[in-house]
Design a protein around this ligand. Structure first.
Ligand code: ATP
Ligand code: MG
Length: 435
C-alpha cells in the first residue's frame, strides 16, 4: 500500500534499508494518514541501533539516546525521529525502563492503543497491523493493546491519551478498555504535572478540543486535575458555550485556547484570575506562559464601548499592550461566535477596525513611545523620585488624548508647565497628591 509520506522521510528510510536495516513508519502519522489527516511529522522505527543511525546520516541530533531516539535531518530540512525498536523491562505507571529489541513486533506490543500500532514500511509498501488497528480506526473504536488493565497500570498517561484520541477521532471506547480506563483514573494522580500539561496542550492543538474535554469531565479527569473546571462544568449552558468558544479559536493557538478555557472558572474577575492562576501553577506552565495567559484574563474586560472616543480606544490599547489586544479581541470573538451572537460579532469587527486604525496611526501608546524620557525631565530640573513617574504618566495621558502633541519640543514645554504647577522641580517644596 502507498501512503503519502514526505520525501524526506522516504529518503531516510531508503538509506537505512540500503544498509540492511528495516525502517518502518510508525505511530501518529501512520494513524492520522489512514484516518485521512495528513501530517508533516513522521517517525521511523528501526532495528538499527542509535550509534549506527548516527553514522549513516550527515546531520543527526541525539534527541533521546537513552530512549533510542535520534533526530535525522533530511535533505528537505525537516527532522525525522528514528527510534530503535524497544521493549519494556519494567514499568511503574510513570516511567518505563526499556531495552532495545530486534523485532518490530516487540516494539508494537508495548504501544498503548491498537490505532497506534500500525506500521508501514516504505521500502516494500507493507502495512503491519498485528492488533487490528486499521479496523478499529474504521469502526471508530478505541481499544487497548492486549490486557487493558495492565496497559493503563504500566503508564497512567494512557488514560489521558486514550481520552484525547477518543475525542480527536470520535471513537467509542471498547467496553473492556472503558472499564479498565475508568478504574485507572485515580492512578493519573501519580503523573507528573508536566505530562498532564503537555496532554492538555495536545488536546488544544487538535481541531475540536471540546470532545476530549467532555470526556475529561465524564471520566473524572476534570475533578482530579482541574477541580476549578469541574465546578464550572456543572453550569450547563454556560459550560457548553465556553467549550464552543475554545473550539472557535485556531488550533495553532493552543495557549490562547487555554486562556479561553480558563475564563470558565468564574464570573467575578478577581476570583476567576486567582483560580485560573492556580490551574496554571498546578500544571507547572512556564512563568512566561502563566504571565501571558493571566494578563489576557485580566485584560478580557472591559473592552471599549461603541460610545468611547478614539482617545479612550488608545488608552485601552496602552493598558492592554499592543501585542495582547488582538488576542483579547480574539477571545471575545470566539465567545460571540460560540453564543451565535451576530450583533456581538459585528461589534467586534467594528471595534477591531478602530483598534487597527490606531495601531497603524503610529500614535504613541506606551510610555516608551513618548518623545521625551526621564533623562529629559532630569535635564529640565525635575527631581528624581515618585514625582518623575507622575509627570511621565501625565505626559503619556496627554499624548494618548492628542497624539499630535508627541513632539519633543512641545512635550518639553508641557513637562515644564506640569512640573512647575505640581512643584516637581528640584528644590521646590514637594506637594501632596498628583500634579
Ligand atoms: P500525537 O503525535 O498526535 O500526539 P502520537 O500517537 O504520535 O500522537 P506520540 O506521543 O507522538 O503520540 O507517540 C508516538 C507513538 O508512540 C504513539 O502512536 C504510540 O504508538 C507510542 N506511544 C507514545 N506514548 C505512549 C505511551 N505513553 N504508551 C504507549 N505507547 C505510546
Ligand atoms: Mg507524534
Amino acid at each position: 500500500m502507498d501512503l503519502d509520506a514526505p520525501e524526506g522521510l522516504l529518503e531516510v528510510a531508503r538509506r537505512l534499508e540500503e544498509r540492511g536495516h528495516e525502517a518502518w513508519a510508525v505511530g501518529g502519522a501512520v494513524r492520522d494518514e489512514l484516518a485521512g489527516h495528513h501530517r508533516a511529522d513522521w517517525d521511523l522505527a528501526t532495528n538499527a541501533r542509535p550509534r549506527e543511525v548516527r553514522s549513516l546520516f550527515r546531520r543527526t541530533v541525539p534527541i533521546g539516546i537513552e530512549h533510542g531516539t535520534m533526530g535525522v535531518i533530511a535533505s528537505d530540512g525537516v527532522m525525522y525521529e528514528v527510534t530503535t525498536f524497544r521493549r519494556d523491562v519494567e514499568t511503574d505507571g510513570r516511567h518505563a525502563v526499556i531495552e532495545f529489541a530486534d523485532s518490530l513486533e516487540e516494539d508494537l506490543a508495548r504501544r498503548d492503543f491498537t490505532i497506534n500500532t500500525l506500521a508501514w514500511r516504505p521500502a516494500t509498501g507493507e502495512l503491519r497491523d498485528p492488533y487490528g488497528g486499521r479496523e478499529d480506526l474504521d469502526r471508530h473504536l478505541l481499544r487497548a493493546v492486549e490486557d487493558p488493565a495492565r496497559r493503563f497500570a504500566e503508564d497512567y498517561l494512557r488514560v489521558l491519551r486514550g481520552l484525547r484520541f477518543a475525542g480527536r477521532f470520535r471513537l467509542d471506547i471498547e467496553p473492556e478498555t472503558g472499564r479498565a480506563l475508568a478504574e485507572a483514573v485515580p492512578g493519573t494522580r501519580e503523573l507528573s504535572a508536566e505530562r498532564v500539561r503537555e496532554e492538555l496542550l495536545k488536546i488544544m492543538g487538535g481541531p475540536a478540543p471540546s470532545a476530549a474535554l467532555h470526556l475529561y469531565r465524564q471520566h473524572g479527569i476534570l475533578a482530579m486535575w482541574y477541580p476549578e473546571l469541574a465546578e464550572a462544568a456543572v453550569e450547563d449552558p454556560r459550560w457548553e458555550l465556553d467549550l464552543g468558544a475554545v473550539d472557535a479559536l485556531p488550533a495553532t493557538r493552543a495557549r490562547l485556547r487555554v486562556a479561553r478555557l480558563l475564563l470558565a472558572v468564574g464570573e467575578d474577575p478577581e476570583a476567576r484570575n486567582a483560580r485560573a492562576r492556580a490551574v496554571l501553577e498546578r500544571l507547572k506552565f512556564s512563568n512566561a506562559d502563566t504571565d501571558r495567559i493571566a494578563h489576557l484574563l485580566r485584560a478580557y474586560e472591559p473592552v471599549p464601548a461603541p460610545t468611547d472616543s478614539d482617545a479612550q480606544v488608545r488608552e485601552w490599547i496602552a493598558e492592554v499592550g499592543r501585542e495582547a489586544v488582538r488576542d483579547v479581541l480574539r477571545l471575545h470573538a470566539a465567545t460571540a461566535r460560540s453564543a451565535g451572537a451576530t450583533e456581538g460579532q459585528r461589534y467586534l469587527v467594528f471595534l477591531w477596525r478602530r483598534v487597527h486604525a490606531q495601531l497603524l496611526s503610529h500614535a504613541p501608546l506606551t510610555r516608551a513611545e513618548l518623545a521625551v524620557d526621564g533623562n529629559d525631565l532630569l535635564a529640565l530640573g525635575v527631581a528624581q523620585g515618585p514625582g518623575m513617574g507622575v509627570l511621565l504618566d501625565e505626559l503619556h495621558a496627554t499624548v494618548i488624548e492628542d497624539p499630535s502633541l508627541n513632539v519633543r519640543e512641545s512635550l518639553l514645554d508641557l513637562a515644564m508647565e506640569y512640573a512647575e504647577m505640581g512643584g516637581l522641580l528640584a528644590g521646590a517644596p514637594p506637594e501632596e497628591g498628583r500634579a
